[in-house]
Design a protein around this ligand. Structure first.
Ligand SMILES: *Cc1c(COP(=O)(O)O)cnc(C)c1O
Length: 388
């Protein structure tokens, strides 16, 4: 047998004994924040469907519509009028000159970051940045400097050291496993001081942050001047409940990505049907003020009710709420106990989170009802008793 396959047996065995083995369930989202998972219907606290749009009847109708199939790279067959319309709407709505569509957020970063920076340059990364940002940074060939989570003094220090080449700061806006928010205004100020650009991944902020859900740039009320330093990534896989992504930036940068972002140039563009669905989705996000208000109430409810639990909720005012348990085994046990009570809130283990910080990641959604959250906390209290 191939030496690699023998090696693989050992690797997989090690993951299993360390309880780090990941398995996929057969799952199907259901209305009202429920999910069918391996045949069991559960109350779902695992989805990033923050506004409850994934089950919107209007979008389901559009998905079923036949608006021709996929084409080819936007540069080969030309890009569809629906894609053009979507890019324009997105740029206007998010407050940038231009935008470019990508099949996913992961692909967008893999293409755009190496188009911005390369060998001989330096990238500055928050330690808790999403895996896609780390992979894209490595792919770029630039030197990587990592600063502690949201530590602006340290970043200032690192940026101030003599560095050959260009500088790019990369950060999540709303951190996906902790619910914390990057100080985007300070990041831009540092970029201005040290002549760097900022790549901001707003996968979890789009639809949620800002008075009108227009994401981190609205939340921080960024000016036109501040936006010139910014390359903004929004994704449709979280609050938009769909899939796909866009980069918003200056026209000059967008034109550059059309030339040089390899995942844009060498990959089939979003299907026209998908663009139609996203155009409709954008209208729903604009009108989602009631959902955003309800979501804020749910966050409050969860925080208030979970005060006497033996585990602490990581400080977060966002729909990403982490109950930090510590070690892998008790985190898995807690998730399993909830599962038996019909609740799906998965344990998140290393390497997705740092060692000794295994947790239950609770995603709140406007599709939840108040009593769903009460049921979750009740179950957590019962689990605290039985696991003691
Ligand atoms: C989900 C996620 C991505 C990847 O987006 P996809 O469109 O799912 O590929 C990127 N960054 C962050 C922070 C995410 O949470």
């Amino acid at each position: 047998m191939s030496a690699f396959l023998v090696h693989l047996d050992q690797q997989l065995e090690t993951l299993k004994t360390r309880k780090l083995w990941r398995q996929r369930a057969i799952s199907r989202p259901l209305p009202n924040a429920h999910i069918e998972r391996n045949g069991q219907v559960l109350l779902n606290f695992a989805s990033n469907d923050y506004l409850g749009l994934s089950q919107h009847p209007q979008l389901k109708r559009l998905e079923a519509q036949d608006v021709a199939g996929a084409t080819a790279s936007p540069l080969i067959c030309g890009h569809h009028a629906l894609a053009q319309a979507l890019e324009q709407e997105l740029a206007e709505w998010s407050g940038f000159e231009a935008s470019r569509l990508f099949v996913s957020g992961y692909q967008a970063s893999l293409g755009v970051i190496p188009a911005l920076i390369g060998t001989g340059d330096t990238i500055f990364c928050d330690r808790l940045n999403h895996a896609s940002l780390i992979d894209a940074s490595r792919l770029s060939g630039a030197r990587l400097r990592v600063y502690p989570h949201r530590d602006m003094a340290r970043l200032d220090d690192l940026l101030g050291r003599p560095t050959p080449g260009f500088k790019l700061v990369i950060s999540d806006s709303l951190f996906s496993m902790d619910g914390t928010i990057a100080p985007v205004d300070e990041l831009i100020a540092l970029c201005e001081r040290h002549d760097a650009l900022l790549y901001l991944d707003d996968a979890h902020g789009l639809g949620i942050l800002g008075e009108n859900g227009r994401g981190a740039p609205e939340h921080f009320q960024l000016t036109t001047t501040q936006r010139r330093r910014l390359i903004y990534l929004g994704t449709f896989g979280k609050a938009a409940g769909q899939g796909g992504a866009f980069i918003a930036c200056s026209r000059k940068l967008a034109d550059w990505f059309t030339q040089s972002a390899r995942s844009y140039v060498y990959s089939t563009g979003l299907a026209p049907a998908h663009c139609a669905s996203l155009l409709a989705c954008l209208q729903l996000i604009k009108q989602a003020q009631p959902q955003r208000t309800l979501l804020k109430e749910h966050i409050q409810t969860l925080q208030t009710l979970s005060q006497d639990l033996p585990w602490r909720l990581a400080p977060s005012d966002t729909p990403v709420q982490s109950l930090v348990v510590g070690e892998v085994e008790p985190a898995l046990q807690l998730a399993e106990t909830l599962l038996q009570k019909g609740i799906w809130a998965p344990a998140i283990r290393p390497p997705t989170v740092p060692h000794h910080q295994a947790r239950l990641r609770i995603s709140l959604s406007a599709a939840h009802r108040q009593q769903d959250i009460e049921k979750l906390v009740q179950a957590l209290h019962e689990a605290a008793h039985s696991l003691r």
